[in-house]
Design a protein around this ligand. Structure first.
Ligand code: 3HC
Ligand code: NAI
Length: 707
């Protein structure tokens, strides 16, 4: 018997317990152990029934995702859970699955092959495979519609979203909720069934919820339409719909075969590889090599923010959402009122959309205390400065904070471009100073760049990560360079979009090429949203530190001079109707053409492929420089920054993963061509060159660093 599965008995009932921490993933020895236990129970005449339960914090979180990587790499044979599921379902003795924590993916598939399912009230069930670019591969798409009906199965398999125990009960996925001890409840449930002489029901033999053809056709058509909008570019959601459709049209065994074909197509796709990379990169990002294990986060019970503008207000909402009281300081009553009005409006919108109750809104607002003074700051465990981007002002504020804050409090700046070490140097405790670079809107965007200064202590770093978690954000540790990771790369990325229009690509062609690639928005539409005025000022600042003589974009400055600041003025790269819909503007096209001609820029046809290469390879080249200079810990961290802060498609894995997908050598060769054609901005990153010459990948570079 495997060590990961234990077999015990409670009187006449066998108890099979899975113990594969932390989440009981189905590593090979787990299915083997369950199969052997089922056989043992069936061979033992003193046993009448079987409970299958998870040890530790969860039932089974699904297949072991690491194993998929080995299968795809050809290092391992592809296994299948189907024989185990048939053994469970065909067990002569009834089997009840007792669910707590998560019954996800292969975990739910195992549970559905059992005769009964009981669940702890806090349990969740789900088929999250689409989030990994695959579909359920062990009859989930065949058994789920038989238990929950076609519509619910489609919804769960396409969205991948978990369903809470009570909803699973209502849908027919579980048979009973258990209050109190789960194992005791499961044993009692099974004894009752056995006493009643019930024939153990087999899910695969049920047809009562499979619906009729006309109703199903409408469900599938609607699901495909919806997926075209919500899952743009992704293959797996469509494969999931096809597989559930097969359940309604084919006998069970054939349906399983169809599911298998679709599953394999997905598993071997670049999308699945990318999404599995994202799954692990998101978890890796919080692991910081070299930190002292003694470093413990400060408990965050009181927060304070300076500045109730765009960022400060959003950050205050993050604290309130996490239940942490927060002081919000401004310089004038007017600014304070404005800041609070924005916060209230944001909450009211969420209430209007039905995503927050009125009472919850009031509770959150009550956690935000507006103030014009520093009174109470001495009690704060974390203080975040979010005033204008002005070094002298920030220095004054940090001097004041140094006088007032208690020892050990986190002193954070939300600066997006100023030197954190210079700010920290104004205090007597630079070890407590850190950058917390939120992204706008700060209450919505998931990314938090955690900027490590040269004196920042390990305690301060772990506290910042704890804060990110508290706010449900993904924290990424970055170094103190200009623009940190995200914006430093963005400068290169945006510049190429500017150059491309000057060289002959239409504004909308640039954006379309990028959205077709998978970006959430086109870059010029992003520029209009963020404000062309903001972009121009940032470029003027950047220019102070750039080598002289490099080509500079021309048209953005002209739009600025014309007062075309983007969405806020109703016109920028596009013009905007009253619904803020972007409309291509012939005036802009003419302005671009005229500017290019005056500057002697040769205009030409530019393919969508070149647009993507110019923009994305600019990201990759800068990312490689950042990596080698040590401003990001891992290529995977850079990917997480781009996925969560800049709308890069998760199914592309992020820019650095995408470089590996295309082949680092191919990227490098193109970068060299661009360098020859377009000059110094395209100086190849030494790391990119080295990886290209040695057949390396960014993924292998990461692995070598962590080993
Ligand atoms: N395989 C391998 N490792 C897994 C895993 C899995 N399915 N699920 C979680 N882990 C690992 C994580 O990588 C992490 O490892 P680390 O500590 O070394 O970083 C550790 O388990 C803990 O995970 P989390 O940090 O995510 O813990 P949480 O408590 O926040 O979340 C969870 C737990 C909700 C179960 C979450 O981990 C999760 O959603 N896991 C993935 C579930 C999933 O996608 N299952 C489907 C797999 S595909 C499948 O089953 C195919 C089938 O149809 C054949
Ligand atoms: P903002 O102009 O909207 O808000 C700044 C607020 O600070 C103003 O309300 C102002 O009255 C207040 N303020 C100034 N001095 C103060 C003082 N001494 N005490 C209390 N309040 C004071 O600016 P925004 O956009 O919120 O930016 C704040 C910081 O966040 C800047 O450092 C900026 O670079 C950074 N940032 C901005 C992002 C954005 O998209 N707006 C994104 C990420 C970072």
């Amino acid at each position: 018997m495997s060590d990961l599965v234990t077999y015990t008995s409670d009187g006449e009932l066998a108890v099979i317990t899975i113990n594969n921490p932390p989440v009981n993933a189905l590593s090979p020895a787990v299915p083997e152990g369950i199969a052997a236990s089922i056989e043992r129970a069936n061979a033992d005449p003193s046993i009448n029934g079987i409970v299958l339960i998870g040890g530790g914090r969860t039932f089974i979180a699904g297949a072991d995702i690491k194993e998929f990587g080995k299968v795809v790499a050809g290092e391992k044979e592809e296994g299948s859970l189907l024989p185990l599921l048939l053994a469970l379902e065909d067990s002569a003795k009834p089997v009840v699955a007792a669910l707590h924590g998560s019954a996800f993916g292969g975990g739910l598939e195992i549970a559905m092959a059992c005769h009964y399912r009981v669940a702890d009230k806090g349990a969740q069930v789900g088929q999250p495979e689409v989030k990994l670019g695959i579909i359920p591969g062990a009859a989930g798409t065949q058994r789920l519609p038989r238990l929950a009906g076609v519509e619910k199965a489609v919804e769960m398999c396409v969205s991948g979203a978990p369903v809470k125990a009570a909803e699973a009960l209502a849908a027919g996925i579980v048979d009973q909720l258990i209050t109190g001890d789960l194992l005791a409840g499961a044993l009692a449930f099974l004894r009752e069934k056995i006493a009643a002489g019930a024939t153990p029901p087999k899910t695969r033999e049920r047809h009562d919820k499979l619906g009729d053809e006309a109703t199903n056709a409408a469900i599938f058509a609607a699901a495909r339409e919806k997926a075209k909008k919500t899952a743009r570019g992704l293959h797996a959601p469509f494969a999931a719909i096809d597989a559930v459709e097969a359940a309604t049209k084919l006998p069970f065994d054939e349906g399983c075969q169809r599911e298998r074909e679709l599953f394999r197509q997905c598993l071997f796709s670049d999308q699945a590889k990318a999404l599995m990379h994202v799954f692990f990169a998101e978890r890796e990002v919080a692991k910081i090599p070299g930190l002292s294990p003694e470093a413990k986060p400060v408990a965050i019970q009181q927060a304070a923010i300076i500045g109730a503008g765009t960022m400060g207000g959003g950050i205050a909402m993050n604290f309130a959402n996490a239940g942490v009281p927060v002081l919000l300081k401004e310089t004038t009553q007017e600014a304070l009122d404005r800041g609070l009005a924005t916060i209230t409006k944001n909450y009211a919108n969420t209430v209007k959309k039905g995503r927050l109750g009125e009472e919850a809104m009031q509770q959150r607002l009550a956690l935000i205390t507006p103030t014009l003074s520093y009174d109470g700051f001495e009690n704060a465990d974390v203080i975040i400065e979010a005033v204008f981007e002005n070094m002298a002002l920030k220095k004054d504020i940090f001097t004041e904070l140094d006088n007032r804050a208690k020892a050990g409090a986190l002193l954070a700046s939300n600066t997006s471009s100023l030197n954190l070490d210079e700010i920290a140097a104004t205090t007597s405790r630079p070890a407590s100073v850190i950058g917390l670079h939120f992204f706008s809107p700060a209450n919505v965007m998931r990314l938090l760049e955690i900027v490590r200064g040269k004196a920042t202590s390990d305690e301060t770093i772990v506290s910042a990560f704890a804060l990110a978690k508290l706010m449900k954000k993904v924290g990424v540790l970055v170094g103190n360079c200009h623009g940190f990771v995200g914006n430093r790369m963005f400068f290169q990325y945006m510049r190429e979009a500017y150059f491309l229009v000057e060289e002959g690509a239409a504004v909308e062609a640039v954006d379309k090429a990028l959205t077709n690639f998978g970006m959430a928005m086109g870059l010029l539409a992003v520029d209009d949203m963020a404000g062309i005025d903001v972009g121009v000022k940032v470029r003027q600042e950047n220019a102070k530190n750039e080598p002289a003589g490099r080509r500079q974009p021309l048209v953005a400055d002209k739009l600025y001079a014309l007062g075309r600041y983007g969405q806020k003025t109703g016109a920028g790269w596009y013009k905007y109707d009253e619904n803020r819909r972007a409309i291509p503007d012939a005036e802009v096209a003419a302005l671009i053409e005229q500017t290019a001609t005056e500057a002697g820029i040769q205009r030409r046809e530019i393919s969508a492929e070149e647009i993507v290469e110019r923009c994305v390879y600019a990201l990759i080249n800068e990312g490689a420089k950042i990596l080698e200079e040590g401003f990001a810990l891992r290529a995977g961290d850079i990917d997480i920054v781009y996925l969560n802060g800049y709308g890069f498609a998760a199914w592309r894995g992020g820019p650095m993963w995408y470089a590996d997908t295309v082949g680092v050598k191919n990227v490098y060769d193109r970068v060299c061509e661009f360098h020859a054609e377009h000059g110094a901005w395209w100086e190849p990153a030494p790391l990119l060159k080295r990886l290209a010459e040695t057949g390396g990948t960014f993924a292998a570079w990461d692995k070598a660093k962590t080993e």
